[in-house]
Structures are given as structure tokens and as C-alpha cells.
Design a protein around this ligand. Structure first.
Ligand SMILES: Nc1ncnc2c1ncn2[C@@H]1O[C@H](COP(=O)(O)OP(=O)(O)OP(=O)(O)O)[C@@H](O)[C@H]1O
Ligand SMILES: [Mg+2]
Length: 324
């Protein structure tokens, strides 16, 4: 199957007064049509900047330093601003971590939702556009959608704003959705409903979904594959089954052990010792070395070995890479 999105050796750096932040440093991954891929990692690991890079939303002092981003047959770095504008919100939609990046505070929800449809479908009638928007609000669990359509974003709670931004992303049945922590502000019942609607869209329309989150528990149940990021790099990726049930990288193993288990009452939660190193002064060797139970002298000095396995698993580790 031909991937809908192919990211190859992407590097996005921020050239700040304090130094260079290698927010995304040489990552590669792909998503096939209809597939749900999780991009998981701790705060500051580069997940949002990966999504912004795909959509051409990196501003100074940030810059895509190198790499390729291919969407279908288009090289997203070579297309014009107009072409990118047509793709954004239509063929690729982003659900931002902050819903106010989608919503305009001075426009009624109705106006902005209908505009989203009409921007890419000039012939649709006002009534059909209205009905589609109202139904989309209903699908993400917003009650009395006809009334809520007339409201302004500030009249909604944070979780409701997030649901509206999800509804907007689904409106044009895009080929790809980049969803950045889409359900983090939602309570669990609504979270289930939103996840169900997104999975349905992927299944029925072949929409591919990149689900960006720090919460491995959420993506474990819904994704086909998972990429784990640490300090700007992908350190392990593979099928969800392999990543969850046979994680190889000590960081992935730590993340999985940190997920609260619903059966073991009173169980002390595992935590990964130490902290993510400063992005301004990453070590010469492996960025995870100080926190790793497998560390060796070599890990301090050398970048991890990159191993691509036949089953699609990718691993960045000197020690395990040597053993397997
Ligand atoms: N405008 C900017 N200028 C300088 N550094 C930036 C800028 N935007 C992001 N960064 C840095 O890039 C790195 C990656 O940030 P990013 O927002 O992608 O993290 P994240 O994985 O999405 O984290 P979170 O889970 O908290 O959302 C961080 O170290 C951040 O400080
Ligand atoms: Mg983020």
C-alpha cells in the first residue's frame, strides 16, 4: 500500500539567542490510508513541532533544516503557499493542542464551521452546510447543537472548545488528520465517543490519523502502529502489539510500566528516574543514557545504533541493537 504521508529524515531546529534547539532531529515515519499511528513521548520531545512541520507552520526562529515530507505525490516543502492553504483544513486537518488555534474568538461557531466547508466546496447550499455542521457537533457529543451553533467560543468550556475543533477537523473528511492531544481535556465518556467517531471516519473514508499524545494508555487501544519520541528523535517504532507487549527500548519499557493498571489497587506507579536533558545542551551520546538501566560507557560517547527489523520495528539503541 502506498503511504499517504511519508516523512523522511526531518530536522526542524529553532535558532534562539540561547542556542540551537533541535526540536525534531532526523525522524522518519509513514502513515498508510486508513491507518492510525500514535506519536508518543514526554513533554518537550518534539511531537507538536513534528505536526507543525508537516503543515508548514514553523515560523522564525524555527526552520526545517532538512528532510522530505511527502503527502500523496506532493512534496509539501515545494508547493506554493496557496496550494498549502488549499490542502490545510481540506485534505490535511490539524486538531491543535490548543483549540483556540482553530477557533476565531470573534466569530460564532456556526460562521466558522460553515466557512470551513464552503472554503473547499463552493457549490454546497447554506442549508446543507448548516446541517452538516450541526450533525458534526452532535457526533462529538455537544447537546442542543442548533443552539450551540449560535454561540461564540468563549461561551464554551475548554473541553467543549476542544470538541468543536475536532468536529471542524472531521467536516471535510480529510485524507489525513494530525490530532495533537485531541482528547486530553475531555472526560472519559466523551473521550470514548470522540475516539469512536474518529475511528469510524478512518475505517469508512480511509482517513489516516496521526494521534499525538504523551498518554500511551490512550493510543494503545486505538492505533495500528506507534512511534515513540524522546528529545527530538524517534527511539522506537513498530506495530502497537509489538510496542505494547514486547517493547525493546528501555524508555518505551518505562513508559509502559508507568501506565496505571486498572486491576492492581494500591499498586505503586513506576516512574522513569531522572529528567529529560535540556534541549539546549544534549549530550554527545544517547540522550536517554543517564536514565537508562542498560547504559554503558559507549552510550555516553556515541550516538545510538539505528536498527530496522524485518517486521517493521525500528530501534535506536546501542546495546539492544548489538544483541539482536
Ligand atoms: N518557538 C520556539 N522557540 C524555541 N524553541 C521551541 C519553540 N517551539 C518549540 N520549541 C522547543 O521545541 C521542543 C519540542 O517542542 P514540542 O512543542 O514539539 O513538544 P511536545 O512534545 O509537543 O510537548 P508537549 O507534550 O508538552 O506538548 C521543546 O524543547 C520546545 O521548547
Ligand atoms: Mg505538544
Amino acid at each position: 500500500m502506498k503511504p499517504i504521508l511519508e516523512v523522511e529524515n526531518l530536522k526542524t531546529y529553532f535558532f534562539t539567542k540561547e542556542g540551537v534547539v533541535k526540536a525534531v532531529d532526523d525522524i522518519s515515519f509513514h502513515i498508510n490510508p486508513g491507518e492510525i499511528v500514535g506519536l508518543v513521548g514526554e513533554s518537550g520531545s518534539g511531537k507538536t513541532i513534528t505536526g507543525f512541520s508537516i503543515l508548514g507552520l514553523i515560523d522564525s526562529p524555527g526552520k526545517i533544516v532538512s528532510g522530505n515530507i511527502k503527502f500523496k505525490d506532493l512534496d509539501l516543502q515545494k508547493i506554493s503557499a496557496k496550494q498549502m492553504q488549499d490542502i490545510r483544513g481540506n485534505r490535511i486537518a490539524m486538531i491543535f493542542q490548543d483549540p483556540m488555534m482553530t477557533l476565531n474568538p470573534v466569530l460564532r461557531i456556526e460562521t466558522q464551521m460553515i466557512e470551513t466547508i464552503k472554503a473547499h466546496n463552493k457549490t454546497i447550499s447554506q442549508q446543507d452546510a448548516y446541517n452538516t455542521c450541526r450533525d458534526a457537533l452532535g457526533l462529538v457529543g455537544i447537546s442542543s447543537p442548533d443552539e450551540r451553533m449560535k454561540a461564540y467560543p468563549h461561551q464554551f468550556s475548554g473541553g467543549m472548545r476542544q470538541r468543536v475543533s475536532i468536529a471542524i477537523a472531521l467536516l471535510n473528511k480529510p485524507d489525513l488528520i494530525i490530532a495533537d492531544e485531541p482528547t486530553t481535556a475531555l472526560d472519559v465518556t466523551i473521550q470514548g465517543q470522540v475516539i469512536f467517531e474518529m475511528q469510524k471516519l478512518c475505517k469508512e473514508s480511509g482517513t489516516a490519523l496521526l494521534w499525538v499524545t504523551h498518554d500511551l494508555a490512550v493510543v494503545a487501544g486505538i492505533t495500528d502502529r506507534i512511534s515513540v519520541m524522546y528529545a527530538g528523535r524517534i527511539i522506537e517504532q513498530g506495530t502497537t502489539d509489538k510496542i505494547i507487549n514486547q517493547p525493546l527500548h528501555p524508555y518505551t519499557q518505562g513508559l509502559i510500566k508507568s501506565v496505571p493498571s486498572k486491576n492492581k489497587k494500591g499498586e505503586k506507579l513506576h516512574q522513569i528516574d531522572g529528567m529529560v536533558p535540556s534541549m539546549f545542551s544534549l549530550p554527545k551520546g544517547c540522550a536517554f543514557e543517564e536514565r537508562c538501566y542498560l547504559r554503558s560507557e559507549q552510550c555516553k560517547q556515541e550516538q545510538p545504533l539505528e536498527t530496522q527489523y524485518a517486521d517493521g520495528r525500528f530501534l535506536r539503541c546501542l546495546n539492544i541493537g548489538k544483541q539482536t
